[in-house]
Design a binder for this molecule. Structure first.
Ligand code: COA
Length: 325
C-alpha cells in the first residue's frame, strides 16, 4: 500500500521574544491571568520579517536535512491565514527560493487546522500516484492581524512556521485521518475582513475592526473540545488503533486547558500530549508542525511509533491524522 511518510521536519520562529510581563505593559493583563487561562508564558513576534521569510527558511532547512535538490520537489503546499500577498501564494514564493522549478505550488486556508488540511492534500496526491514527494508547511505572522489593544485576543497568539518533507513509502506514514468543517459557525472566529470599495461607489476603503482577529473565546473553547475529541475517537476507531498504542499526540497549541479537557474525555494521560505553547503561544497553522519538529528534534520519536496530530481552527474546521512514524 502506498503511504505518505514524514522524512524530515523543520521549524523557524522570529528571534524576538515577548513575555506576558511585556504584554502587561501595553494592555491591562498579567502573567498570572495569561498563564492560568492559557498555559502561555511567552511568544515569538516578528520584528519585521514577513510570513514568507519564515516559511522559506523552513523549506530550505527541509532540503538541507534530506539532501533532496529543489528541482526534485513535486509539490509545495503552504497553509496560512497571514500570507504576504493575496497573490502570489506563499508556496510560489517558496518555490522560487528553493529552485523547485518542477513543482506545483499552492496555498490552503484552514486557519489553525491549516497544516492538517495541507498534509491531507499532499497525502492524496502521493497516494494517487501523481506525485512522489511534497513539502508541506504551516506559517504565520499573526502579529500583523492581532489588535494589540484587545487583551482578550492579543495575549494568545505568536508568529512562526513549521513543516515537513514527505514522500511516497511502502512501509509507514499517514494511516488514517478525519477532517471536518462547520461553516455555519464561521463568525465565532474571524480575521482579515476587507470591505468592498471601488471607483464607482462611495464606500470608504478603510480597515475596520473586522480586519483584526475577532473571537468568541467561550464558543471556540466549546467547539474545540467537542470536535477534537470526536475526531480523535473516530480516527482511532476507524483505524482500529487502541488509545494505549498511541505514543504521542501533537495537539494544536492553542490553550493548555483545552488539551486538559480532551485528555480527560479520551482517557489519554496528559504526558502523551506534546506541548510547547508555553514558549510560542498559538501560532495557528504553524503550531502543530512546530511542536512535531520539536518532538522529532528531541529524539522522542522512533520509526514505527504511532502518533496523532489533531487541530481545530477558524472556518470552523478541524483535522486529525494518525501517523506511523
Ligand atoms: N487579561 C486579564 N483579563 C482578561 C484578559 C486578559 N488578557 N482577557 C480577558 N480578560 C477578562 C475579561 O474581560 C473578563 O472579565 P470580566 O469577567 O470582568 O468581564 C474575564 O477576564 C473572563 O473573560 P472570558 O473571556 O470569559 O475568559 P475565559 O475563561 O473564557 O478565557 C480564553 C478566555 C480566550 C482564554 C478562553 O475562552 C479560551 O481559551 N478560548 C479558546 C480560544 C482559542 O483556543 N482560540 C484559538 C482558536 S484556534
Amino acid at each position: 500500500m502506498i503511504r505518505t511518510r514524514v522524512i524530515a521536519t523543520a521549524a523557524k520562529a522570529p528571534e524576538q521574544v515577548i513575555t506576558n510581563e511585556d504584554l502587561s505593559k501595553i494592555v491591562d493583563t498579567s502573567d498570572e491571568w495569561i498563564s492560568q487561562r492559557t498555559g502561555i508564558k511567552e511568544r515569538h513576534i516578528s520584528a519585521g520579517e514577513n510570513t514568507s521569510a519564515l516559511v522559506i527558511d523552513v523549506a530550505k532547512q527541509l532540503l538541507e536535512k534530506t539532501e533532496v535538490p529543489g528541482e526534485s520537489i513535486d509539490l509545495i503546499v503552504v497553509a496560512s491565514v497571514t500570507p504576504d500577498y493575496g497573490t502570489p501564494s506563499l508556496a510560489c514564493m517558496v518555490q522560487k527560493e528553493i529552485g523547485a522549478k518542477n513543482a506545483v505550488a499552492f496555498d490552503v486556508v484552514a486557519a489553525c487546522s491549516g497544516f492538517m488540511f495541507a498534509l491531507s492534500t499532499a497525502d492524496k496526491y502521493i497516494k494517487s500516484g501523481m506525485f512522489e514527494n511534497a513539502i508541506v508547511i504551516g506559517g504565520e505572522t499573526l502579529s500583523k492581524i492581532v489588535d494589540w489593544t484587545d487583551r482578550a485576543t492579543c495575549v494568545l497568539f505568536g508568529d512562526g512556521a513549521g513543516g515537513a518533507y514527505v514522500e511516497k513509502s511502502q512501509e509507514a506514514g499517514v494511516v488514517h485521518e478525519n477532517l471536518g468543517s462547520a461553516g455555519e459557525l464561521y463568525d465565532i472566529l474571524t480575521e482579515g475582513y476587507t470591505n468592498c470599495s471601488n471607483a464607482f461607489n462611495d464606500i470608504p476603503a478603510e480597515i475596520d475592526s473586522k480586519w483584526y482577529v475577532n473571537m468568541n473565546g467561550r464558543e471556540v473553547f466549546k467547539f474545540a473540545t467537542k470536535n477534537v475529541v470526536r475526531s480523535m475517537k473516530r480516527v482511532m476507531e476507524e483505524a482500529q488503533v487502541d488509545r494505549d498504542e498511541i505514543k504521542y499526540i501533537v495537539p494544536h497549541q492553542a490553550n493548555v486547558r483545552i488539551v486538559e479537557v480532551v485528555s480527560k474525555k479520551l482517557g489519554i494521560p496528559m504526558e502523551k500530549f506534546y506541548m510547547n505553547m508555553e514558549r510560542y503561544g498559538n501560532t495557528s497553522s504553524a503550531s502543530i508542525p512546530m511542536a512535531l519538529n520539536e518532538l522529532n528534534e528531541r529524539g522522542l520519536l522512533e520509526r514505527g511509533d504511532k502518533i496523532m496530530l489533531s487541530g481545530f481552527g477558524g472556518g470552523m474546521t478541524w483535522g486529525t491524522m494518525l501517523i506511523e512514524w
